[in-house]
Ligand binder design. Structure first.
Ligand code: ZN
Length: 138
């Protein structure tokens, strides 16, 4: 199977599956292809590489986006490290104390298991996973 992004004369884009590229030519020539939006049969392939089923999503990743995401995560981590108290494995305990007003309110970070984090969220404690420090990797 092959999927083509098609475009009608009104610029509506839609995807359609074909047995092979010949099937597209056949259907287009016989006027069987129709835009689902405006029902015109004046449809052509949009200028885009066709994707074979199974390889969708395996196109080369965008390094620029990855780099930005990594920068963002590293920046977030650095912010937290600079502004929050590290409480290590006592994170769940401390977060709970802060939440219930048993200790001074402050930003903390540390280690918690998935179960601990889930319990905290269930109790309404505002927790978020800290992104890993990726600044060393390239
Ligand atoms: Zn259309």
């Amino acid at each position: 199977m092959i999927v083509y992004t098609l475009k009608c004369v009104e610029e509506h884009q839609f995807e359609s599956w074909f047995k092979d590229s010949g099937a597209f030519d056949e259907q287009a020539a016989s006027g069987k292809l129709m835009c689902p939006v405006c029902m015109t049969s004046k449809v052509e392939k949009a200028p885009m590489a066709p994707a074979l089923k199974g390889s969708v999503g395996e196109r080369s990743s965008a390094p620029e986006e990855l780099r930005k995401a990594r920068q963002f995560m590293t920046g977030l981590r650095k912010y937290v490290e600079a502004n929050a108290d590290y409480v290590g494995p006592k994170f769940a305990e401390e977060a709970r104390k802060i939440h219930y007003g048993e200790t001074e309110e402050r930003q903390i970070y540390g280690e918690a298991t998935i179960d601990e984090a889930k319990d905290l969220i269930d109790e309404g404690v505002d927790v978020a996973p800290l992104p890993p420090d990726l600044s060393e990797t390239n």
